[in-house]
Design a protein around this ligand. Structure first.
Ligand code: GTP
Length: 215
């Protein structure tokens, strides 16, 4: 009933392979950290297990999708951009290369995501101070250039995880305030997941990911 008035917000995590996207999401949703790196393979796991409902900000449901950072999966990853309302662009502070690649990720977002999508820049692995290759000021500078908020995070020590997720959901809510006025919001997680699955369809290829923290 009144399905057209329901709202469903989708967040995405993108960035090079190994920057810690899966770990950020696991830390936020399950308060867990996995020290081994098992690359997310595309297609990412089936929708019902790859979405989480942090239910931040006034209890509205948010669904956050992890993506595979490896180049060979980019065609699949890009198909998720067009329905995203919020995107985390993640680099690793111990990898200059992953920082340089943020420009390429931003240009993909500009090309494939809807206008008005909210973005946040994340410099992850802030606990790795002795391996740091990217200064905090460099992160701040890049974020300023692209008009994004910036957080240095650590999925390992739980630095700024809640803060960055909360901020992105706030930005999405602000951007969609008009739509939210007087509308009924979807609170039924199962129903929402079923609809997401129906809308986006199951990606082709093997259904499983080698990641273990989606369990
Ligand atoms: N020290 C430290 N290591 C981290 C942090 N976040 C992730 N890692 C490690 O970095 C490696 C890669 O993390 P993942 O979360 O799998 O990286 P990803 O970006 O999802 O990689 P793809 O799935 O290949 O795109 C793992 O060994 C993690 O334990 C962090 O905040 N600090």
């Amino acid at each position: 009933m009144a399905k057209q008035y329901d709202v469903l917000f989708r967040l995405l995590l993108i960035g090079d392979s190994g920057v810690g996207k899966t770990c950020l999401l696991c830390r936020f949703t399950d308060n867990e950290f996995h020290s081994s790196h098992i690359s997310t393979i595309a297609p990412v796991p089936p929708l019902p297990t790859s979405f989480h409902s942090p239910c931040l900000s006034d209890g509205l449901p948010f669904y956050c999708r992890d993506t595979a950072g490896q180049e060979r999966y980019q065609t699949i990853t890009k198909q998720y951009y067009r329905r995203a309302q919020g995107i985390f662009l993640v680099y690793d502070i111990s990898s200059e290369r992953s920082y340089q690649h943020i420009m390429k990720w931003v240009s993909d977002v500009d090309e494939y995501a809807p206008e008005g999508v909210q973005k946040i820049l994340i410099g992850n692995k802030a606990d790795e101070e002795q391996k740091r290759q990217v200064g905090r000021e460099q992160g701040q500078q890049l974020a300023r250039e692209y008009g994004m908020d910036f957080y240095e995070t650590s999925a390992c020590t739980n630095l700024n995880i809640k803060e960055s997720f909360t901020r992105l959901t706030e930005l999405v809510l602000q951007a969609h305030r008009k739509e939210l006025e007087g509308v009924r919001t979807r609170a039924n997680h199962e129903l929402a997941l079923a609809e997401l699955e129906e809308e986006e369809g199951k990606p082709e290829g093997p259904a499983n990911s080698s990641k273990t923290c989606w369990c």
